[in-house]
Design a protein around this ligand. Structure first.
Ligand code: HXC
Length: 510
């Protein structure tokens, strides 16, 4: 009996060594942790329970029957993050380069199915050379099965991908369909075709890092939501993100203890908006002052900085924030910012996370590049996302809310629940100068008259009261009381329930 127990321990030890000490050392040499080290850092200490440790592949071609490492290149199982259940898979690059065989894919599918069935997030750690070349179409079929599960799990449980090594070819499409992608600087990359193929086909010369590294995907392509210095930091940040999220679409986000008064008054907000309407100010300052303990988890910080997206808590409860940033391009909406915010709004709506919108928007960015790039369709994504959302929505206009962008940014017309405006708000079709030049074109050669018209327009429209008179703004509020107002508003909306007519699914402008 003792021998059998010992055998189990020996088999486990062997499986835990993955591809062997030499390959583990090589992994460490590249500044990367092993698949198991990553899982242990991600989960609460001692909480990991592994599945399928002894699974091996069934391939016999190319001499593969001679090497059947236990676990087949991926560590899968479940555990907890700050006490809450999550499912995890972590590809083991030390085993056949973390390549995906039919059985490797099956292991991933198994925990994805468990996650959906039990309503818990799926976290995938990617570090793989892609399809197991020796297995051919069996490997592709495995990917297909994972893709299909990504789609079915979308909007049911949060899916988080962490890219911690190679992720290339069709393999990128599994992370691409998850809710958040995190990368590690200098040790991870994602691309559909690598530098060699790019060179052959388009004659462009790029390194793997330039083509698909963390900087590229957080700043240029927006494929990734954040980039971190190393594995340890990335995994710590995943834990922080999970704390903000509900476990599934039937649960509310967790309520955390908070140590910040919901009715905290912030006198500094009364002077946040500068006297001159064209002087920028930092919208992040407002977000930090509204959040419990000033804690803000920003999503896509490096991309389309003219709009800010991320999570805060109010009274310990998660709130998604979408805010125009006057410091960048005057907070204008454009293709990138509309796409970024639309995806964020849809995530919040899918997972019952209330949305706070902070508005200071001069309109949509004009230009040939924008029009040719389809700003009409991309702008419509944000409009659509807000309009279809049924979660509690509170909007605060701090300064400009002009034209179509006023309607798009969670206006009353899109069924936002509470629409507040600061006294510094200007809710109008456009700014005074532009408006005057159109409606008083005949006086364009008379600067004095034009100045007078502009002043008249400003008197009439550069305020929140015209909209408030019509009920498009529920209340004009003092900036210093904003946290108290939004906390009370969200508290009053906790049982909000909206019924929609049946449809198979919508047809958001993609
Ligand atoms: C089988 C693989 C493998 C793969 C790596 N290995 N990729 N085995 N199938 N796809 C093995 C290597 O043979 C090697 O084994 C070990 O993993 C480590 O690989 P190295 O090449 O030594 O590591 P490194 O120099 O770091 O290079 C990593 C790499 C490179 C850039 C990922 O291995 C590589 O280019 N691999 C092939 C990538 C590829 O073309 N994949 C298919 C893409 S198409 P030993 O025993 O020597 O240690 C695809 C389609 C998905 O993925 C479609 C989904 C629908």
């Amino acid at each position: 009996m003792k021998d059998i127990l010992q055998q189990l321990d020996d088999r486990r030890d062997d499986a835990r060594l993955g591809g062997g000490q030499k390959r583990i050392d090589a992994q460490h040499g590249r500044g990367k942790l092993t698949a198991r080290e990553r899982v242990h850092l991600l989960l609460d200490e001692g909480s990991f329970e592994e599945f399928d440790m002894f699974v091996t592949h069934r391939c016999t071609d190319f001499g593969m029957d001679a090497q059947k490492p236990a676990g087949d290149g991926v560590v899968t199982g479940w555990g907890t993050i700050n006490g809450r259940l999550v499912y995890v898979f972590s590809q083991d690059f030390t085993v056949l380069g973390g390549s995906v065989s039919a059985t490797h894919a099956k292991k991933i599918c198994k925990i994805m199915d468990m996650a959906v069935q039990n309503g818990a997030p799926i976290i995938g750690i990617n570090d793989s050379g892609g399809a197991r070349i020796q297995e051919g179409v069996d490997s592709l079929a495995g990917y297909g099965d994972v893709f299909q599960r990504n789609i079915e799990a979308s909007g049911v449980v949060p899916q988080i991908s962490v890219i911690m090594g190679p992720c290339a070819g069709g393999a990128v499409y599994s992370p691409a369909m998850t809710d958040f992608i995190f990368m590690v600087k200098d040790s991870s990359y994602m691309f559909v075709t690598g530098p060699d193929v790019v060179k052959t086909v388009t004659n462009e010369q790029v390194t793997a890092e330039e083509l698909g590294g963390a900087t590229t995907h957080t700043r240029k392509s927006s494929v990734a939501d954040a980039a971190f210095e190393n594995d340890v930091e990335a995994l710590a940040e995943v834990r922080r993100l999970v704390d903000f999220l509900p476990s599934n679409n039937r649960e509310k986000p967790p309520v955390r203890p908070f140590f910040d008064e919901p009715d905290r008054i912030e006198p500094s907000l009364d002077t946040l908006v500068p006297e001159n309407a064209n002087t920028p100010y930092d919208m992040k300052e407002l977000i930090l002052k509204l959040a419990d303990e000033g804690d803000f988890y920003e999503i896509q910080e490096e991309f389309a900085k003219n709009i800010i997206t991320g999570f805060i808590r109010i009274e310990g409860r998660t709130v998604g924030v979408v805010a125009n940033q006057p410091m960048v391009l005057a907070g204008v909406l454009d293709i990138d910012s509309a796409r970024k915010a639309a995806r964020f709004v849809r995530f919040c709506d899918a997972f019952e996370i209330p949305i706070l919108s902070l508005v200071d928007v001069p309109g949509f960015l004009p230009g040939v590049t924008q029009e040719y790039g389809g700003v009409i369709k991309h702008g419509a994504k944000l409009l659509y996302a807000y309009g279809e959302a049924t979660v509690p929505m509170v909007t605060v206009i701090t300064r400009k809310a002009y034209g179509g962008a006023y309607v798009v940014m969670s206006s009353k017309h899109l069924k936002s629940d509470f629409n507040y405006a600061w006294p510094t708000s200007e809710i109008a079709v456009m700014g005074a100068k532009g408006a005057t030049e159109i409606i008083h074109r005949a006086d364009l050669n008379d600067p004095e008259k034009i100045a007078q018209h502009a002043a008249d327009y400003e008197d009439r429209f550069a305020n929140p009261f015209v909209a408030a008179e019509r009920g498009f703004i529920d209340e004009v509020i003092q900036p210093h009381s904003t946290r108290k107002r939004i906390a009370r508003a969200f508290a009053s909306l906790r049982n909000k329930s909206v019924q929609k007519p049946w449809k198979k699914h919508d047809n958001i402008p993609l």
